[in-house]
Design a protein around this ligand. Structure first.
Ligand code: CAA
Length: 385
């Protein structure tokens, strides 16, 4: 395994993400949280820096920096603004899945546009009202016609649903039930029959729009098919393996930032004639957060490294997402505790970090689904002996 220290190239990508986050994301984050909306301008600047194709080949307009650099960059971005970062991670995941499963023509057509920001961002349309943790029960359908396909159904919880210019959409194409007979399609956001619903009113991540998407008899050409017909479920699962590293890194960014705010506050705030950092109660909270976040970072980097080496990393990605999201949430909660009453107000950003990080325990697979993936992998291996 590579040394724990990032290579020069990885450090350079993380540094460029840190600078972008400080210059563009951080100054806009509080207002974006307050006012909502979609951070189009920030995302356009991210595209210019290559941040929408960090792990995509240079030949397709990406930076080709690898999965470890990607994780390090996402941590830096999320420290500033989790909302804008989630649009970026999902778009990166869409660009990567098309790179992996698309035809040369699809890659040339769509991945280059995703990296350049021409689609604004990409969206990942898997979940439905009755098919969240269990996407194998989806009911969206695509039927074959002489010219291609006709897509109908409704998706829910679609990140960047208001603005994404391209979606990967999963639909049932076979007669079978469950995970068999599901196919992935590339669908432009402006295709006739695609209707973007109203954004959900969420607890956090107010600058990331989450909407339903209706597909009303959407006509698709043959070249909308991504991968093989009937094999879409595995494509979704493989994409989510990588996506989960991104969400784990995003959670970490929120947790690290909250802990640093708490550390600085504890050093300044005085009670009982001393900085509160001199009290063991506060020291232990900081120690627990820093230890857990460091452990989470190691899990994230291990999963990313395995991915980069072309090895199977399903279990490791789930472990990273489970641990990072749970521990980052705990770190944000402790940060509020350290700040006391101030932490509960909008005068300090830690309440935003807590609201923003909460969903990392839910999207791209709940913590319970990560435990299912981890335990199934372990038990299957031992059952096979
Ligand atoms: N890689 C490759 N193949 C995989 C795989 C993986 N990681 N996981 C499963 N598969 C394959 C299996 O081998 C199996 O193949 P066969 O049909 O050949 O046997 C097939 O897929 C079905 O697998 P399972 O029987 O394990 O399927 P399941 O129905 O029991 O579900 C699950 C497994 C892990 C619970 C899965 O349903 C899951 O991950 N659920 C959570 C869904 C999720 O994360 N949704 C997130 C939505 S997207 C989002 O949030 C993005 C956003 O916008 C922020």
């Amino acid at each position: 395994m590579q040394s724990i220290a990032p290579t020069d190239a990885q450090a350079m990508i993380a540094d460029s993400a840190r600078q972008f986050a400080a210059r563009v994301l951080a100054p806009r984050a509080a207002e974006l949280d307050r006012e909502g909306g979609f951070p189009r301008a920030s995302l356009a600047e991210a595209a210019e820096l290559g941040l929408l194709g960090i792990n995509v080949p240079e030949a397709l307009g990406g930076v080709e920096a690898g999965a470890v650099a990607y994780a390090l960059a996402v941590i830096e971005l999320a420290r500033a603004c989790a909302s804008t970062t989630v649009a970026m991670t999902v778009s990166n995941m869409v660009a990567e899945v098309i790179t992996k499963f698309g035809t040369p023509a699809q890659r040339e057509e769509h991945v280059t546009k995703l990296c350049a920001g021409e689609y604004v961002v990409g969206g990942f349309a898997l979940s439905e009202a009755g098919a969240g943790s269990d996407p194998g029960s989806m009911t969206t359908r695509a039927r074959r016609t002489d010219r291609g396909w006709v897509l109908s159904g409704q998706k829910l919880w679609i990140t960047s649903g208001t603005d994404a210019g391209l979606f990967v959409v999963w639909a049932r194409t076979g007669e079978g039930k469950g995970t068999r007979g599901i196919t992935a399609f590339l669908v432009r956001g402006d295709a006739p029959g695609v209707v973007r619903g109203k954004p959900e009113h969420k607890m956090g991540q107010h600058g990331s729009t989450t909407t339903p998407l209706d597909f009303n008899e959407v006509e698709l050409d043959e070249d909308a098919l991504l991968g093989d017909e009937g094999h879409g479920f595995k494509i979704a699962m493989m994409a989510l393996d990588g996506g989960r590293i991104g969400i784990a890194a995003l959670a970490l960014g929120c947790g690290i930032q909250a802990t640093e705010v708490a550390r600085d506050y504890a050093l300044e705030r005085r009670q009982f004639d001393a900085p509160i950092a001199s009290f063991q109660a506060i020291q232990w909270m900081i120690a627990d957060s820093v230890t857990e976040l460091d452990a989470a970072k190691l899990l994230v980097l291990r999963a990313a490294w395995l991915k980069e080496q072309g090895k199977i990393f399903t279990r490791e990605a789930s472990m990273a997402k489970l641990f990072a999201s749970e521990k980052a949430y705990a770190a944000c909660d402790r940060a509020i505790q350290v700040l006391g009453g101030y932490g509960y107000t909008r005068e300090f950003p830690v309440e935003r970090y807590l609201r923003d990080v909460r969903v990392t325990r839910i999207f791209e697979g709940t913590s319970e689904i990560q435990r299912l993936v981890i335990s199934r992998d372990i038990l299957r291996r031992y059952a096979a002996v």
